[in-house]
Design a protein around this ligand. Structure first.
Ligand code: UD1
Length: 314
């Protein structure tokens, strides 16, 4: 029986991958999490079906023992957020770079077949051309973007040097059920959903014309499973966009939520955030070609599902 490991498996995306793996049912699933940004509640209904390791990826020995012998490691553990990487640069660096190095070293020493790495669209920075294609030169403009890009380079280089397989997926603003809306660093759609349900105004940083390729979490799970299964010759060492190919402005996202709820609540506006990328949109050709990826959720469908989940929790 296969062994899958999900680092950051109690997080928003990691726990969704855990559930995807359990639904597939072709292996046992081990979770590594230190509950810094993840939450045990995200795994409540699957707790009996997983092997839980409360481990910080900065601690090599404990990490290596949990990873040893895995067929695939999905490396989702991270301190996310562009502004958090600016306000708290040291922990962000230590987890996102040193921690990633530890995961890869443990994969090499533990006989892991493949690592699927949660990379970030932030690596592109501001590009003159949209959509953003994997062949573009990266241009990171925040510590977070540098850290996530460094992880990609480590994946590709260490996989070649030590003989395991690695696939990096650059996530494009993933959203959906279980994204935590309560932190000052929460993803914007989780903050918007909370605000609309509480009938309060969110603050939009900038003029509201900043755009993102918001990607529903179930599409990202499907992409991860494809990245785990695809033939090594076609994908190992590669980087793929994990986006939908669309682009929605912050103003449009807030307008849609008001329309769905049938209310009029003008947003407040504040200064743009340091390190923010202006526009983000994925070219999806390579993921379609090599991973057979076919995103299923339009922005409106994903947002409606997400909003219903937050409503069910309130
Ligand atoms: C970035 C990365 C993304 C990564 C994520 C991890 C880019 C293009 N994307 O997301 O791949 O997964 O970091 O955290 O770099 N905003 C508001 N009001 C709020 C909160 C946010 O207006 O209350 C704005 C931000 O200033 C930003 C946009 O919404 O312009 C999106 O912010 P956020 O959801 O934090 O994600 P990114 O920083 O885009």
């Amino acid at each position: 029986m296969k062994k899958y490991v999900v680092t950051g498996g109690a997080g928003f995306i990691g726990s969704a991958i855990v559930r995807g793996l359990l639904q597939r049912g072709d292996g046992r699933v081990a979770v590594i999490d230190n509950f810094l940004t993840g939450h045990a509640v995200n795994l409540d209904e699957v707790r009996a079906d997983i092997e839980m390791h409360t481990v910080d990826i900065r601690s090599y020995t404990a990490l290596a023992s949990a990873i040893r012998g895995a067929d695939v490691v999905f490396h989702e553990a991270a301190i996310p957020s562009v502004p958090r990487s600016i306000h708290e640069p040291a922990p962000s660096h230590e987890v996102n770079i040193d921690g990633t190095f530890n995961v890869l070293r443990a994969a090499a020493e533990g006989g892991v077949r493949r690592v699927v790495y949660a990379a970030s669209s932030s690596a592109y920075g501001d590009t003159e051309v949209l959509p953003k294609v994997e062949t573009m030169n990266p241009n990171p403009k925040s510590p977070y973007a540098v850290q996530k890009l460094t992880g990609e380079y480590y994946c590709t280089a260490l996989a070649k040097c030590y003989g395991f397989e690695a696939v990096s997926i650059r996530y494009f603003n993933v959203y959906g059920p279980r994204q935590d809306p309560r932190s000052p660093y929460s993803g914007v759609l989780s903050v918007f959903c909370k605000a609309i349900l509480e009938r309060t105004s969110p603050t939009i940083f900038g003029d509201g014309l900043t755009s993102r390729d918001f990607t529903y979490v179930d599409d990202v799970v499907a992409l991860n499973l494809s990245a785990a299964d695809a033939p090594a010759a076609a994908v190992s060492g590669n980087v793929y966009n994990g986006g939908n190919g669309g682009r929605v402005t912050l103003n449009e996202a807030w307008d849609l939520l008001q329309k769905i709820e049938g209310v009029t609540i003008p947003a407040k506006y504040g200064p743009a955030r340091a390190g923010d990328v202006r526009d983000s949109q994925a070219d999806t050709v390579a993921a379609r070609r090599d991973l057979g990826h076919d995103p299923q959720f339009t922005f409106e469908e994903g947002l409606r599902r997400t909003l219903e989940w937050y409503r069910s929790q309130s």
